[in-house]
Design a binder for this molecule. Structure first.
Ligand code: HXC
Length: 258
């Protein structure tokens, strides 16, 4: 499928989506968000794909929603179109694991879509921020919520209220980012992590992702109960038998449901 604002590639069992509007630092225009949704639908439906990597360019993951496209919109326009909810939140409903590989700017909506992914691997030159306040708006794709859960109130308030950027080291220290790597290693590192995940049992991977996500939606007691149910269910799969048999037989497991 040909896209105008993104590129979609399948590398073995990994789907790689690259945001590709270099002239606008990958600003997230409506067309890009639509195409991103189409690509994600395709990867979700493809049983040969077990994990997804979302990346941008060396200079920018994404510099935010497209300001030129947004600037003349009024309240009624954004309300009726349900701007943001419509399309943007697709990433947060992807069931297969999705890793954000971030180099350069991840600002505003760019930071927000990175945070919708399951985890972020950042290049040393990555810069994260929610600069919406400088434009007379507030974050609208979950920035005030996901950033606060990731880094805590103090740093979230600092970033959202001042609009400043934080570099990769600060982002890793504060828990926004899982790993920081040299820029030239970013894609290899993210693809290797995705490939590793895609080699495990898909139903078990889905359970693990769903269970971690439940931590953000429930009390500890409810979350533990949810985890326990899925943990028990894992014992009903052929892949649990295979994984444990392989360990005991000192061989590599060959999971059936990949
Ligand atoms: C539209 C953008 C853009 C954006 C950059 N460009 N960001 N166009 N929307 N968000 C365009 C510039 O206009 C310019 O095009 C080209 O990309 C290169 O950008 P420069 O500014 O010349 O590059 P540089 O000097 O390196 O500065 C990089 C930057 C800066 C610091 C990232 O571009 C910047 O501050 N961008 C805006 C960041 C931002 O405020 N993001 C939040 C958006 S609001 P031309 O044609 O002029 O040369 C948002 C709301 C989310 O995301 C709400 C829910 C989705």
């Amino acid at each position: 499928m040909a896209f105008a604002t993104i590129e979609l590639e399948k590398k073995g069992r990994v789907g790689l989506i690259r945001l590709n509007r270099p002239q606008a630092l990958n600003a997230l225009c409506d067309e890009l968000v639509r195409e991103l949704g189409t690509a994600l639908n395709e990867l979700e439906a493809d049983s040969a794909i077990g994990a997804i990597v979302l990346t941008g360019s060396e200079k920018a993951f994404a510099a935010g929603a497209d300001i030129k496209e947004m600037k003349d919109r009024g309240f009624v326009d954004v309300l009726v179109a349900d701007f943001i909810t419509n399309g943007w939140e697709r990433i947060s409903t992807v069931r297969k694991p999705i890793i954000a590989a971030v180099a350069g700017f991840a600002l505003g909506g760019g930071c927000e879509i990175a945070m919708m992914c399951d985890f972020i691997i950042a290049a040393e030159n990555a810069k994260f921020g929610q600069p919406e306040i400088t434009l007379g708006i507030i974050p609208g794709a979950g920035g005030t919520q996901r950033l606060t859960r990731a880094v805590g109130k103090a740093k979230a308030m600092d970033l959202v209220l001042t609009g400043r950027m934080m570099d990769a080291a600060e982002a890793e220290r504060s828990g926004l980012v899982a790993r920081v790597v040299a820029a030239e290693k970013l894609l290899d590192e993210a693809l290797a992590a995705a490939e590793k995940i895609a080699g495990f049992s898909l139903p078990i991977v889905l359970m693990a992702k769903e269970s971690v996500n439940r931590a953000f939606e429930s009390s500890l007691a409810e979350g533990i109960k949810f985890e326990r149910r899925l943990f028990h269910a894992a014992f009903g799969t052929e892949d649990q038998k295979e994984g444990m048999a392989a360990f005991v037989e000192k061989r590599k497991p060959v999971f059936k449901h990949r």
